[in-house]
Design a protein around this ligand. Structure first.
Ligand SMILES: NC(=O)c1ccc[n+]([C@@H]2O[C@H](COP(=O)([O-])OP(=O)(O)OC[C@H]3O[C@@H](n4cnc5c(N)ncnc54)[C@H](OP(=O)(O)O)[C@@H]3O)[C@@H](O)[C@H]2O)c1
Length: 261
């Protein structure tokens, strides 16, 4: 009987953007894949990733829901998970009081609740075996009060913080936790967040393949966090010594509707 010697990675939000590129890094580095996203094009992503030699199972689920997370975890069918890349997430632009609260809740349920629910399930199994790698996609947005994207930035502040705390809790377990913190990246993110009329929505952004490679390599080395790109590293460092009122005003200039030139 053939035995499968490839490792297994779960990648969420793998249909597009940074998540698709993370899944490619996994496939090119000996991982089979279980991938998830909430639209049918996850199947096209699976087809393309199989072309890189990986066995790929794909599921279309809303990871903002408990049922969606359980369905995804059920796809693993008891096989040990060597790497979890918890990347699915989305933004929401405009002023908080102009946002639809169902959409607000969906941002929180996807970026926080669904993300840590999946991590809770997978990390328990990893700790039981004494090995595993977890990469969470946070953001440098977690350092900035997100005027005109207030809830999203708050979710990323949660994820950036949670990731370091879990890493410390698991430091003697054989399981590593790494937080990838991208800056503005050329994906569907800003269109989906209805932010194409903003300065940040229109500015030149990082290449998602470069961002994913940085994150994948940091995960494989077991690093604590990684900010992708020099400009973002400088922005993250400056945020640590800048008053929150100034950061909030700077964010207004980037994310207020109709700030695009
Ligand atoms: N782009 C940036 O500037 C930037 C910067 C910092 C951090 N990030 C973070 O990077 C991660 C990936 O974003 P991206 O820029 O690559 O955006 P993207 O191109 O819009 O990709 C987002 C992915 O997440 C999936 N997703 C979103 N909500 C989901 C849900 N409720 N259930 C299941 N799947 C869901 C999407 O699936 P469908 O396609 O099926 O909807 C898609 O595959 C996010 O966590 C984001 O917050 C992005």
């Amino acid at each position: 009987m053939a035995t499968n010697t490839r490792s297994l990675a779960i990648v969420t939000g793998a249909s597009a953007g940074i998540g698709y590129e993370l899944a490619k890094c996994c496939a090119q580095n000996g991982f089979d894949l279980v991938i998830a996203a909430d639209e049918p094009k996850i199947q096209q992503a699976a087809h393309d990733l199989r072309g890189l030699g990986a066995q790929v199972e794909a599921i279309q689920v809303d990871l903002a829901t408990q049922q969606g997370v359980e369905q995804l975890y059920g796809m693993v069918k008891g096989r040990p998970v060597d790497a979890l890349l918890a990347n699915a997430g989305h933004g929401l632009g405009k002023a908080f009081l102009d946002q639809d609260f169902d959409e607000v809740r969906h941002v929180i349920d996807t970026n926080i609740t669904g993300t840590i629910d999946l991590i809770h399930k997978v990390a328990r199994e990893m700790c039981g075996r004494g090995q595993g790698r977890i990469l969470v996609t946070g953001s440098i947005a977690g350092f900035l009060p997100g005027t005109f994207q207030a809830v999203y930035n708050g979710t990323k502040a949660f994820i950036d913080s949670f990731s370091w705390a879990l890493r410390n809790e698991l430091k003697d377990s054989g399981v590593t936790v790494t937080c990838l913190m991208p800056g503005p990246t050329e994906t569907e993110f800003f269109e989906r967040a209805d932010m194409l009329d903003t300065k940040v929505g229109q500015q030149k952004k990082d290449d998602p393949a470069d961002v994913a490679k940085t994150g994948f390599e940091a995960m494989m080395k077991g690093e604590g966090d990684v900010v992708s790109g020099l400009k973002n590293k400088l922005q993250a460092a400056a945020a640590n010594v800048t008053p929150s009122s100034v950061l909030a005003e700077q964010h207004r200039r980037m994310a207020e509707p109709e700030t695009a030139k």
